[in-house]
Write a protein that binds this ligand. Structure first.
Ligand code: LMR
Length: 391
């Protein structure tokens, strides 16, 4: 039976890991997968994670099942982290631990299907490469709204709003909470308000993917759009990830959250969806996050570590732009200093991206999305020199 299947091409983002690893050049540069790296090019385990993990190993006394809803302390702490601990709607938010932000997106898609067979999800053009497989493969129709202008490197906000004005009630509009992946171009506070106003008028539901809280402007600042939407609209759907801001990538820690009519009804459906897909989430990573967020001292360590990661990426953005302009790029990449989070587009074609990999060992996604977190003082000049040669 399985003879009918043929080999698929590698995933456009994750496939870069094996390509990069297979390259024998010592000075190769990895700007591909969105994983934070420090100034030495390593992805360290955060200090707060190490401390919380040690505590956990000393105190954990069972490996019995945790149930489809996951860790209750984690769920409460994550709700407070994303909404703030005094948000008027905090008690109405149904939040459930999931295996990473991907798990959250898939559970959300299943919930959408249960609630409405006629709803579509509108994603930004462009959006993260795994949004469409995760949501579309669940069987929810996917549509696109205009978002990024590759010639001006800004948001096509007028066109985006005009498109949203036509989105029907009960469709969902997927927004990136902060640090838009792949473009790094985020909505301003006024633009969030304008989108909330259209959602109110049209009756569509904002579906906000928050994978980088703390990597844009700050932990609270990055939640501005989510908090606003939850204050002003009757229904909001959230997918949250702890991969980047807690550095817990492989532990798969995330949460799906719904603000809607009845927390009890929504939670019962999420529990039944989870039971039908993976039964329950893994315990370890969420227990670490719960330990960090419920302990004042560890929480402070975490805030400081998130600040450090954010500031390093911002510094790399500025230094890259200065270094490439010094080589005569004449402002072609200035947008990168204005954008935020891990990613930006260089604005290269596929041929140039392939040449960077083949001739210089510089790897990035085929769309010329780079992860600024992959740059450091050792590889910055090499990258800039290679880029200048290619363009
Ligand atoms: C990325 O966009 O590079 C990350 O979110 C990793 C992934 O799973 O695609």
């Amino acid at each position: 039976m399985f003879d009918s299947l043929s080999t698929l091409p590698p995933d456009p983002i994750l496939g870069l890991i094996s390509k990069f690893n297979a390259d024998p050049r010592e000075d190769k540069v990895d700007l591909g997968v969105g994983v934070y790296r420090n100034a030495q090019g390593r992805t360290p385990i955060l200090d707060c994670v190490k401390q919380a993990e040690t505590q956990l190993l000393n105190t954990e006394d069972t490996k019995a099942y945790i149930g489809p809803l996951g860790n209750a302390v984690f769920n409460q702490q994550m709700a407070e982290l994303v909404l703030g601990d005094s948000h008027a709607e905090l008690d109405r938010l149904a939040l459930v631990q999931t295996p990473g932000g991907c798990g959250a997106l898939r559970v959300a898609a299943e919930l959408i299907k249960r609630a409405s067979r006629t709803s579509s999800i509108w994603v930004s053009d462009p959006t993260w490469g795994n949004h469409v497989p995760l949501l579309g493969d669940a069987g929810v129709p996917i549509k696109q709204y205009p978002y990024y202008d590759f010639s001006t490197h800004t948001i096509r906000f007028e066109e985006m709003l005009a498109c949203l004005e036509k989105v029907p009630a009960n469709d969902l509009v997927l927004l990136h909470g902060c640090c838009h992946n792949p473009s790094g171009a985020d909505l301003t506070r006024e633009q969030w308000q304008a989108v909330a106003d259209v959602a109110q008028r049209r009756g569509f539901v904002p579906f906000i993917d928050m994978a980088y809280q703390g990597f844009g402007e700050g932990v609270a600042e990055d939640a501005y759009g989510i908090r606003l939407m939850c204050e002003q609209l009757p229904e909001v759907l959230l997918a949250l990830s702890c991969s980047k801001n807690f550095g817990l990538y492989r532990e798969r820690v995330g949460a799906v959250a719904v603000l809607g009519a009845s927390k009890a009804i929504t939670t019962s459906h999420i529990a039944s969806i989870v039971r039908g897909i993976y039964s329950m989430p893994p315990s370890h990573g969420a227990a670490i996050v719960a330990n960090i967020l419920s302990n004042d001292a560890l929480r402070q360590v975490w805030f400081a570590e998130v600040d450090e990661m954010r500031n390093r990426i911002k510094a790399m953005r500025d230094q890259f732009v200065a270094a490439i302009n010094n080589r005569g790029a004449e402002g072609r990449f200035d947008h990168i200093a204005r954008q935020q989070g891990m990613f930006s587009f260089l604005g290269l074609g596929e041929r140039e991206v392939a040449e960077l990999a083949d001739a210089y060992g510089v790897y990035m996604v085929g769309t010329s999305r780079i992860s600024l977190a992959g740059l450091n003082h050792q590889n910055r000049d090499k990258f800039c020199d290679a880029l200048m040669r290619v363009i």
